[in-house]
Design a protein around this ligand. Structure first.
Ligand code: NAP
Length: 590
């Protein structure tokens, strides 16, 4: 059975909730969850002790009028993670569930909305109740069970199933597996749900193991989700592991759990409906901040769609330790090893970005490339008869280098014998220096901290042995104007959005000196800015005004992404599509 897509709706107002349910249907959801914990107050009539009839009727009208099958949840405050949460009389909540579950046995008709005709009330498709509350007393257990199994219920087309659920907004519960088994064994439960905050990507793998095991044993349907920025993977890949449903919000701001994607992101970006057990998984591995702003999921998923490739590309964040390169490497290694070892995941490739490019090279020491950093992982896998994935071979590549080379070759004819100035001495500079010098260009590095530039030059000069390869030298930043360069590449973060001041731009004084240096270059010079956000950087604008030919950072991004795409799929990348997606995405960024 395909994994369902469910939109949670926090109910405050009947009309707004119904409008959201309609919008969820139109956006492509299969199910809605009416979260009534902020709406239902648990108040009862003082004389009869009955539940507030107006509130109950409102919920019943929502259920009856919902354009999609629905779950009704009055989430206990102890398991709401601070979003909504019911903290009033527990027995009133239990009575509400009983009343909702047996709604079909009530024969009177209710008005759906003013002027919209009469609707028979009927029960929701599912009621969600927490396992911890369910097991608190025999009385609660009996009442909730009755709500979904009452023999007197007259149900023509709708039966109500109980989702027994458990949530931990802090971390993975130590007794998760035992809890899940116990929920499975509850006769009244028709679906078992667990959700917990992922502390790392590896926590998703545990979710996948439980789902996969559940599917193989043919147990009751299961919903397993990891929450938070590290848990997106579990939400998107639920169909791969037989998850019963995944939650997605209508709008970015309306998520009921951290890390929840929107419906449109799931359907359009991640192609949720086409994900199957054998779908190959790719992603961008980087710090949480780096992957959150990456354009790679946009371009690669669109590329897979364009060529009909059975793959999905995800953000894969790994927390780095700013104070220790060794710890950063160790968490990268532990995560990548775990992802590759997982038999059901099928990790087939990854882009690797800040701050793990050097870590990838170290990890893949058997596959050493002279660049000293790599940005691409290519995994050859095979599947056995039990649908378990095995890694046959892992390769690393640096497509930043091949992108710089391709763009400069196109602009200068051929790099051999040319002089290239590289401004900066970080990760991108490393790729640019190697790209040019290994093709016969003489490269001069200009960097704010000259010692960093010298270390880079020494490293590469040791590797550049062949007569047709160039040499690497170092000059202070203010000597750039004197360089007789055929091309200058800005490999610093100068001009990058979100870089320096409150407006997100490098300050004028940061830029003034390098721009002045650059403007004094000879007119035939090609100016190449690797910064791509904003597309039109201050340096590119100045260079164009000076009459230089320019290459922008988007061209480099597209070129390196296209090279990765071809490595993974063996097919040419739809570069024009990549380019359009990047420029559109960057034009709307604030
Ligand atoms: P990195 O390793 O942190 O290196 C940053 C470099 O910028 C260092 O050399 C640093 O000099 C220099 N720098 C920073 N602030 C400066 C300032 N105020 N004045 C002078 N120099 C300054 O970063 P990276 O990974 O190489 O990335 C650099 C840029 O490349 C990023 O902004 C990113 O936008 C761009 N990029 C583009 C692509 C693409 O596909 N187009 C791909 C990746 C990255 P020190 O050594 O003196 O600190």
């Amino acid at each position: 059975m395909p994994t369902l897509l469910c939109v949670p709706i926090l109910v405050h107002d009947e009309a707004a909730a119904m409008a959201d349910a309609l919008a969820a249907r139109d956006a492509g959801a299969d199910l809605v969850e009416f979260r009534i914990d902020e709406f239902f107050t648990g108040s009862t009539d003082s004389a009869s002790g009955e539940l507030d009839d107006a509130q109950v009727k409102t919920v019943l009208r929502l259920v009856a009028g919902s354009p999609l099958p629905c779950i009704v949840t009055c989430r206990s405050a102890t398991e709401s993670g601070g979003v909504g949460g019911y903290g009033d009389d527990e027995m009133a909540r239990v009575s509400l569930y009983e009343r909702l579950g047996t709604a079909a046995s009530v024969s009177d008709t209710r008005s759906h909305a003013p002027g919209s005709g009469e609707l028979k009330e009927h029960p929701p498709r599912y009621l969600d109740f927490e396992y911890a509350a369910y097991t608190r007393s025999a009385n609660i257990r009996q009442k909730i069970s009755l709500g979904v199994t009452h023999p007197a219920q007259v149900r023509r087309d709708v039966t109500t199933g109980l989702i027994l659920s458990t949530h931990d907004f802090d971390s993975r519960p130590v007794d998760l597996t035992r809890r899940v088994l116990k929920m499975q064994q509850e006769p009244a439960a028709s679906v078992v749900k667990f959700a917990f905050r992922a502390r790392s990507l590896r926590d998703n793998l545990e979710v996948f193991d439980l789902l996969q095991d559940n599917r193989e044993r043919g147990e009751k349907p299961m919903i397993g989700l990891a929450m938070g920025e590290f848990g997106l993977m579990s939400r998107v890949l639920a169909p791969k592991f037989g998850g019963f449903l995944t939650f997605a919000s209508l709008r970015k701001a309306s998520t009921t759990a951290p890390g929840q994607p929107t419906v449109r992101e799931l359907i359009d970006l991640y192609r949720f409906r086409s994900i199957k057990p054998a779908t190959k998984v790719y992603g961008v591995i980087g710090s949480p901040a780096a992957v959150a702003h990456s354009l790679s999921p946009l371009v690669h998923n669109a590329g897979f769609e364009a060529i009909g490739w059975d793959g999905v590309y995800l953000p894969l964040p790994i927390a780095a330790d700013d104070s220790s390169d060794e710890n950063t490497y160790l968490s990268f290694k532990a995560t990548l090893d775990a992802l590759l070892d997982h038999e059901g995941l099928g990790l087939a490739g990854a882009s690797v970005t800040m701050p793990f490019k050097e870590a990838l090279c170290r990890w893949a020491s058997w596959d050493t490339h002279a660049e000293g950093s790599a940005n691409t992982l290519l995994v050859h896998t095979s599947w056995d008869v039990d649908s378990h994935c095995h890694v046959d071979r892992v390769l690393t590549r640096n497509t930043d280098s091949s992108a710089v080379r391709a763009l400069l070759d196109a602009a200068l004819g051929h790099l051999s014998g040319k002089t290239v100035g590289v401004v900066g001495a970080g990760g991108v500079a490393r790729a640019a220096v190697w790209a040019c010098a290994s093709r016969g260009a003489n490269v001069c590095i200009f960097n704010r901290r000259p010692e960093r530039a010298q270390a880079l030059a020494d490293r590469y000069n040791q590797k550049l042995h062949r007569g047709d390869q160039g040499r690497v030298s170092v000059e202070p930043l203010d000597a750039l104007r004197a360089a007789r360069a055929d091309a200058v590449i800005n490999c610093t973060s100068l001009g990058m959005r979100g870089g320096k001041n409150e407006q997100g731009h490098s300050t004028a004084s940061d830029l003034a000196a390098p721009v002045a240096e650059m403007l004094a270059l000879p007119e035939h010079c090609v100016f190449f800015d690797t910064v791509y956000n904003p597309v039109d950087t201050p340096m590119l604008r100045a260079a164009r005004e000076r009459g230089f030919r320019t290459i922008d950072g988007v061209s480099m991004f597209v070129e390196q992404a296209a090279a990765q795409f071809t490595l993974w799929t063996g097919q040419p990348a739809p570069k024009a599509l990549f380019e359009r997606i990047c420029r559109e995405a960057l034009s709307v960024e604030k």
